[in-house]
Write a new protein. Sequence first.
Length: 180
Amino acid sequence: MLSFFLLIIIGFAAFRGVRRGLAYQAVLTIGYLTVFTVASKQYVKLIDSLELLVPYPQPSLDSKLLYYSGEQLFNLDHYFYAGVSFLIIMLLGWALVRFIGFFFYELIFIDVFHHVGKILGGILAVLVTLVTLSCLLNLLAMVPLGFIQQMIDQSPLSKIIIEKIPYFSNKIIELWTHVA
């Protein structure tokens, strides 16, 4: 069921990217990468505040997480708060990028490379969506609740998104796990 939901999200992203075209989607993608870079450098500042605001169910030694075990279980709350902090900055930054993007709206009507430009716009939108989904799924994978772990385990697409997105899959985990 999760794979089906993820496919709908990815399909919608492709549709949106095709409609926007290459020029406008490229502006949004550059903005997204900029926000990702800023979030990578600034998320640590929010972690302590989030520990007071966001509850986290502490894993026990019996907890069976798909991607974390052993010593990592003891630091999982730090990783989780790092992920939440990162995603909050990403969300705020993405809202700013979308607002700035309104000033570039005319780029939608510029036909770059005709149909190829539309397809490339769709590809860029899918890539941005995959990175976002990877962040969200990595955060969910840190939650030590059986039904969430089972949902991820039963979804081949979620495993691919968590593990196989070039560069970003490893970068996200490295970012969040170096804070402990």
